[in-house]
Design a protein. Structure first.
Length: 202
């Protein structure tokens, strides 16, 4: 599977100076934060929609059609309100709070989200139909992070498994998501003090 993509490279500055600058423009101190002339935006979902709308040439990523855009926005909200908070709770507990065990309720929250995503993808190639959209791009970043803790069971979640596998086969996946994911994976394993338990989702 090959997908045309328009590339816009943005620098990421990670330093004390960068922290001070970020605090001066974004009261929430979150990344990503985009500065485009006088406009300052944070939240990856909003940034992605803005970049596609202003600079993109592939309208399928975030089409002008109100019905299709509503479906995309719905999945973006699912990512920000349901999927992301659940995996953030786990990563924060391990990386920031140095917890060595992941509670069963946190595991269940992720597998429940996997189940919902699998249902969204029934008879669909992508979350909103036959075309890749910014909803898929946002969700795959979160799902890939979740797989660090809970790999996707092909038997239980066949649609989600296929969707994720197809994403990993995209020529730009490794550079844009895979490399950072591998670093987080290594950090989580180091924090846990042992190899992660792959059987959690079985």
């Amino acid at each position: 599977m090959k997908q045309n993509n328009d590339s816009l490279r943005l620098p990421l500055v990670v330093s004390r100076l960068g922290d001070l600058f970020l605090a001066s423009i974004n009261p929430q101190h979150t990344v990503p934060t985009l500065v485009d002339n006088e406009l300052v935006l944070w939240d990856s979902h909003e940034i992605m929609g803005y970049l596609v709308e202003k600079y993109g040439t592939n309208s399928d990523l975030y089409p002008a059609d109100s019905s299709q855009r509503a479906l995309i926005d719905q999945k973006l909200h699912f990512d920000s309100e349901t999927l992301f908070p659940r995996i953030e709770a786990i990563i924060r507990s391990v990386v920031v709070e140095n917890e060595k065990e992941i509670t069963t309720d946190k595991i269940s929250a992720i597998t429940e989200a996997y189940k919902l995503l699998d249902a969204f993808l029934e008879n669909r190639t992508y979350l909103c139909g036959d075309c890749l959209t910014i909803a898929d791009i946002c969700c795959v970043a979160t799902v890939s992070t979740a797989t660090i803790i809970i790999p996707i069971s092909t038997d239980k979640y066949p649609n989600l498994s296929t969707w994720y596998r197809n994403f990993k086969n995209l020529e730009y996946y490794e550079e844009t998501n895979g490399q950072g994911l591998n670093k987080l994976d290594a950090l989580v394993e180091m924090k846990l003090g042992r190899p992660r338990t792959k059987e959690l989702c079985d």
